[in-house]
Structures are given as C-alpha cells and as structure tokens.
Design a protein around this ligand. Structure first.
Ligand SMILES: Cc1ncc(COP(=O)(O)O)c(C=O)c1O
Length: 385
C-alpha cells in the first residue's frame, strides 16, 4: 500500500480498484499443476466445475476461457442465428452485445431502471418482435435484475433467458442463487472479478442437452478425439486457471460478506452527501447484492464538480475509481452508428453513463483504506459532513 499519513491533509494512499486474491495454497496448487504435465482441461477443470455446480445448486457448470466466450457459447448452444434478435441492456460491458453479434443476430437495447441500473422489465415487451428469440439480462455490479418479471415475459412469449452474471457470482434473487434461474447463466472469472482465474468464464445450466452441446462447442466441437460433430471453438480453460479458481470457491460467500460490509461502511459515511447531489447505491430489498462494484452517481449541477473531475481529484489522493460504463454499448465506435436509434429510447442509460463513478470496495481493503476513500471523497467534493 502507499504511504498513509494520518496527520496531514490531503492524504495520499494508493487504493486500487481490485486486488486479485492469491494465497500460499494457490501458489502451491499452480506449481503442482505445472509439475503434473497436464495443463489444459484436465482434472482441475472438472473439480472446479463440480465444486461450482454444488455451490450454485445447478446441474452443470462448464468452464471456458472468458466471460465473453461463455456468452458466445450460450447463444450458440441455444441456436441463435442471423436474423434473430435478443433483447438486452445497453448499460453493460460490450461483450454482452458482442456475443449476440458473433452469432450474426442483433441486440435490441432496452433502457435501464434508474435505481438498480439493470434492464427495466416494464420496457421489454414493447421491444419484442417476431424475430425476438431471447432476453439477456445483466446483473450489473453484482445486483440481480428483476428476474420474476423477466421470467414471466420470457414464458409468455416463448423466449429463452441467458443471464450475463459476469459480475454476480454468489448473488441471489429472492433467495434463488444466480445460476439457477435462466436457461443458461454466464459468469466471468477475469482478474478483477469476485472469484478470479486470471482469465476465465463459466456457464451454468441444469439442462443436460444444453450442457453436452456447450462441452463440445468449447472443445472444437469434439465428441471424442478427432471426431468433430459440431463446428466448435477452442474456448477451453487451463488447469492453472482452474487450480486458482478452486481455492476460491469456498471463499465466495465470505468475500461477498466483506464487500457488503465495505459497501455498508461507505454508504453510512457518505449518506449526508445525498442531499448534495450524490446518489448512493440502491439495494433492492429482495436482492443479495455481491457488490462487484460500488457505484455512485454524481449530479454535476448540484456538486459543482463533474464526475470526471471528481475521479481526477480522487486519483491525486491515490484512490482509483472506475466508470462502469462511460458509454452505452450502442454508442461504441465499432458499431459505426448502426444502433444510433437507441440514443432516443434509452435516456436513463445516457444519463447514467455521464454520471456513474465506482469506488474501490474489494475484500482486500482494510479499515484505513475505507476511511481514506471516504475522506478523500468528501475532501474532493469540498464538503464537510
Ligand atoms: C457484464 C459483463 N459481461 C461480460 C463480461 C466479459 O467477461 P470477460 O472479460 O471475462 O470476457 C464482463 C467482464 O468484464 C462483464 O462485466
């Protein structure tokens, strides 16, 4: 950590946005994998998948190379093809939409709920067309989307549900674990995620046929060696990645508890700023939020400071921040204006992109870090509370 200085203001203390977990057990596990000579998709991957299936309470977990490849395989396994439409949120990481596009299908963006930042279910039905095949909610920041409403719409219109739970391992919706609700749930185990394997992804499903297709698709379509029954991909997970992941499965809940406790502390300390143009994270009463991100909104008119200026000032105090996300997916330059019509239909997303700021909340933080984050935030806004 940087140099803490309790007596002088302003303080500097380097606080990163994430602190990927490691331990002597992980180091030993990695070394023994390397020594074993079996480096790709062996027993460690199987053990990791089984441990996660038990933890999530689903029948199958299929480990892959990233959250992005997990989403791609989910849509492929469900038969998504050119001409199809999948309804999703524009307020997410670009992979949520790219995975649909990889299949030649079209993402249809529906605006978000201003409190949870998740897809607004009351706007979904009006976007359904004869080409719609599925809904992809994203459990943004680790807070579940409104799954009851989404399930009801999917059932009524015969649509599949693929959940993008890249940020939400361990989260629950009305006491149902994320990973047990939709047809397929995809997680990311990228370095910064609540459970990490450096790079990696997971698919959870309780459908035997889908699971079998996913297993083949991730391994170049092989049913058995050199017998390729599907045109698949090399999206396998390495044994090293799985060895790193296995050590964290039993820690998921305690990490989530720490994240929630850190979030509760910051919320308590910043609560007085709500009158001054800072919106603190909302937690739906039925949600078990795992706080992958702790994201506030800055009303620049009230604070007199833009989100970007606040982020820059916090950086001078050593506090890293994130913007999740500074641009709606439909406005990304790679789409060259193809989705511009959504600029009008997604005003809540537009506003969120201009005002969200994520603060560090990871389990590696100690009390002094949290105190510093709060103090730096208040000082940056030049408020005394
Ligand atoms: C919501 C969301 N979807 C998909 C992904 C893609 O996961 P990965 O980076 O593992 O490919 C991420 C990762 O950042 C994400 O946050």
């Amino acid at each position: 950590m940087g140099h803490a200085n309790d007596s002088a203001r302003p303080l500097f203390r380097h606080i990163p946005m994430a602190s990927p977990y490691h331990s002597p057990d992980i180091e030993n596990a990695v070394i023994s994998v390397l020594q074993s000579g079996r480096l790709i998709q062996g027993q460690k991957v199987t053990d990791f998948e089984n441990a996660l299936a038990k933890y999530l309470g689903c029948k199958h977990v299929i480990a892959v190379s990233s959250g992005t490849t997990a989403l791609h395989l989910a849509f492929l396994a469900l038969g998504v093809k050119p001409g199809d439409e999948v309804i999703t949120t524009p307020f997410s990481f670009v992979s949520s939409a790219n995975a649909i596009l990889y299949c030649g299908a079209t993402p249809v963006f529906v605006d978000i709920d201003p409190k949870t930042f998740n897809i607004n279910p009351s706007l979904v039905e009006q976007s359904i067309t004869p080409r719609t095949v599925g809904i992809e909610p994203v459990h943004l920041y680790g807070q579940p989307a409104e799954m009851d409403a989404i399930e009801a719409i999917a059932k009524k219109h015969g649509l599949f549900i693929v959940e993008d739970a890249a940020q939400a391992i361990g989260a629950e919706y009305k006491s149902r674990k994320i990973g047990t609700i939709g047809d397929i749930t995809c997680f990311s185990t990228y370095t910064t995620k609540n459970l990490h394997t450096m790079e990696g992804g997971l698919l959870a499903t309780s459908d035997d046929e889908i699971a079998e297709r996913l297993r083949r698709l991730r391994n170049i379509g092989q049913e058995r060696k050199y017998n390729h029954t599907l045109i698949g991909y090399n999206y396998r997970m390495t044994e090293v990645a799985a060895a790193i992941g296995i050590e964290q499965v039993e820690l998921i809940d305690s990490f989530s508890d720490l994240r929630r406790a850190n979030a509760a502390y910051v919320t308590r300390e910043l609560r007085p700023l709500e009158r001054e143009g800072i919106t603190l994270p909302y937690v739906a009463p039925h949600s078990k939020h795992v706080f992958h991100q702790y994201t506030v909104m800055i009303d620049a008119n009230k604070t007199g400071l833009t989100r970007d200026a606040l982020a820059s000032t916090l950086k001078t105090f050593g506090v890293e921040t994130g913007m999740h996300y500074p641009s709606p997916i439909y406005a990304q330059p790679c789409f060259e204006g193809r989705f511009d019509s959504f600029r009008q239909s997604c005003p809540v997303t537009e506003e969120a992109c201009n005002s969200v700021l994520s603060l560090p909340i990871h389990p590696g933080l100690i009390e002094k870090d949290l105190e510093h984050i709060v103090e730096a935030f208040i000082t940056s806004l030049n408020k005394s509370v």
